[in-house]
Design a protein around this ligand. Structure first.
Ligand SMILES: Cc1cc2nc3c(=O)[nH]c(=O)nc-3n(C[C@H](O)[C@H](O)[C@H](O)COP(=O)(O)OP(=O)(O)OC[C@H]3O[C@@H](n4cnc5c(N)ncnc54)[C@H](O)[C@@H]3O)c2cc1C
Length: 332
């Protein structure tokens, strides 16, 4: 017999968990499926990162996030979201990837695959896709990017001691990883296609990175792009005159952002705006143009993952559950 739920949520990040908490409060039967563990995106963040949001802005399901400081660390956030799942007794099926969704409102069939190779089917009245924006890196698209020394995810500085490291980009991830590696004995160089760090860089980090760049402690190539990655060097090309410069290099840390995977939504018939990458939806209910199919969290931001994050994506759960209840969805 197929397990049946009123709501199935694909993805157990903070915003998927917020849907689960809202459904539990409303008494809707709901299951979350994640291809990894809960909050697996945060698990993959730099180990020693601190959120730019205050703890209270990251709260979901009305569970207080109490910490001694204003802004939580990655470890505090991981402990917190686990607590939310326990508090609301949310049914999360970890390490069970959603590989297919078929059917229509009131009668969806969600197909999953577990790591042991078995496949399963579940019924759902409605489906929420909350698969985030961390699915694949924005590749540089240059020769040599497939070399093992190229990293699109940064965890910690220790592998880079006494190494020539090129950090690509000038957003928060680039700036913070560059500073951390610099302070832990790496020879860091920054390259960015514009002539300044991103406007969104955390204000308290700006003086630190600005001073390091101005003093040449972290050499920077503004208005340059990576043209080619070689085993022991990198070729940079000037955006202004096309001139190339070859610099010694042991590692490339490409902090060029990540993107959502919309293929599941597109295959179900959801219209995706070509330019913005935003799946068609009503922001008041998060319902897509396919009846019974909703989106929650950063996937709603399209290509600009900086527009929706936990602070505002956490609201989606309440909107979705209110819409389900408004449509006469029976509570358990
Ligand atoms: C370094 C860094 C710092 C940040 N700091 C902040 C901050 O201070 N404040 C803030 O508000 N935001 C911050 N963000 C952004 C925030 O983390 C994201 O917006 C947030 O994770 C989005 O939550 P989500 O639930 O939408 O998606 P995610 O957290 O990405 O969760 C999506 C989940 O879906 C799962 N999944 C994907 N495909 C499938 C599938 N087919 N089947 C099953 N499961 C699947 C994934 O495994 C994942 O667990 C930061 C991001 C980064 C990278």
């Amino acid at each position: 017999m197929t397990d049946r739920f009123e709501l199935i949520v694909v993805g157990a990040g903070p915003c998927g968990i917020a849907v689960g908490a809202a459904a539990r409060r409303a008494g809707l039967s709901c299951a979350l499926f994640d291809k990894g563990c809960i909050t697996s995106s945060i698990v993959d963040y730099p180990y020693y990162m601190t959120f730019f949001s205050t703890a209270v802005m990251l709260e979901v399901g009305d569970v207080p996030f109490t910490i001694p400081d204003q802004k939580p660390t990655r470890r505090e956030a991981l402990a917190y979201y686990r607590r939310v799942v326990e508090h609301w007794d949310i049914d999360v099926r970890q390490y069970e990837k959603v590989v297919g969704i078929e059917g229509a409102e009131g009668d969806f069939m969600v197909r999953t695959a577990k790591s042991d190779g078995t496949t399963h089917e579940y019924g759902a009245g409605a489906v929420v896709v909350a698969t985030g924006g961390f699915q694949a890196p924005n590749f540089l698209g240059v020769p040599g990017e497939d070399l093992p020394k190229v990293r699109h995810y940064y965890r910690e500085p220790y592998p880079y001691f006494d190494q020539d490291v090129l950090v690509v980009g000038a957003g928060n991830s680039a700036v913070e990883s560059a500073l951390e590696m610099f302070r832990n004995g790496a020879r860091v160089t920054l390259v960015h296609f514009l002539d300044t760090i991103d406007r969104g860089v955390k204000p308290w980090v700006v003086p630190d990175i600005t001073n390091r760049l101005e003093r040449g402690e972290i050499p920077v190539y503004w208005k340059h792009r990576v043209a080619e990655i070689r085993p022991k060097s990198v070729l940079l090309r000037s955006e202004e005159d096309g001139a190339t410069t070859e610099i010694a290099n042991d590692f490339v840390v490409a902090m060029t952002g990540w993107r959502s995977d919309h293929s599941q939504l597109a295959s179900l018939g959801v219209s995706i705006d070509e330019e913005t990458g935003i799946p068609s939806h009503d922001p008041g209910t998060m319902r897509t143009d396919v009846p019974g199919l909703y989106i929650a969290g950063v996937i709603a931001a399209g290509h600009n993952a900086n527009k929706i994050f936990i602070e505002n994506g956490r609201e989606h759960g309440g909107l979705i559950v209110a819409d389900r209840l408004g449509r006469g969805t029976p509570a358990d």
